[in-house]
Design a protein around this ligand. Sequence first.
Ligand code: LMR
Length: 341
Amino acid sequence: SSINVEKEPVKVLVTGAAGQIGYALMPLIARGVMLGPNQPVTIHMLDIEQAAEALHGVKMELIDGTFPLLRGVVATTDVVEACSDVNIAIMLAGIPRTEGMERKDVMSRNVSIYKAQASALEQHAADDCKVLVVANPANTNALILKEFAPSIPEKNITCLTRLDHNRALGQIAEKLKVQVNDVKNIIIWGNHSSTQYPDVNHATVTTSSDERSSGERSVRHLIADDKWLNTEFITTIQQRGAAIIKARKLSSALSAASAACDHMRDWVLGTPEGTWVSMGVCSDGSYGIEPGLIYSFPVTCQNGEWSIVQGLKIDEFSRVKMDATASELLEEKSLAYSCLG
Ligand code: LMR
């Protein structure tokens, strides 16, 4: 006979929770998509005073959702209450980008939010709190959070590039007319911005239609069209966020929420054997990227810890693109500090 010892609920903070991404994300967390089907959760939703009523509405809907894993909902405009003892923090708060704006344009407003929230998390979150920054400029917001919360281990502060990673998988699957699940090991290098470098040089497709020839084949080999891979594919991924803003008149929300779940689930529960994913993490100097920058790398995760995939061969084409997006991050960093005064 098995003893059914219920797990302690994990406390998940979502900032900017009354917004579009929050609305798409909440049911995913409550249904166990983020932390697994056996993990109860308590959701802490934070937003600003002007959004308090809308936030209360989301809380009502969460209660009405009768989610078995949902053990509590806190909806608050109080940062201390929101951050108290949280194990996971999903940072959505920020001024969103609108049509025609570059991510840099939202910089000054957003970095000051992240500086303030760094202190709140440092003082009130659980010691092992894992942080995912989604709001733009995501890498630089995460960098500011890291630098102004020195007692949070830097390994615990990450930003979302899984959205770009998933977009790249989607484009390759469409091009090859294969299932997206059969494509893997794409890499997003660098900034979650139009300078990011989606790299397919190590990506593979699992072919299983014919038993005798089942195995993994390289995406470069299957898509003989190098010109498409080196130009149109890259710009499609770099510009996907802008294309969605243009079409929806709102930035991506359901795909962003889904990617945030993928990021957290893989970080907490581990990546499948032989598969890596992209995460914006603190550089340790791997691949010649300046230590301390929050840069998107290929990572594998095990026991709640990510590690950068080592030893991948980098060709000249990739090197130039990886360095360009690193330069942009250095520029953003100095711009952020000048905004903070
Ligand atoms: C996205 O990539 O969809 C978001 O970062 C929104 C944006 O500003 O592009």
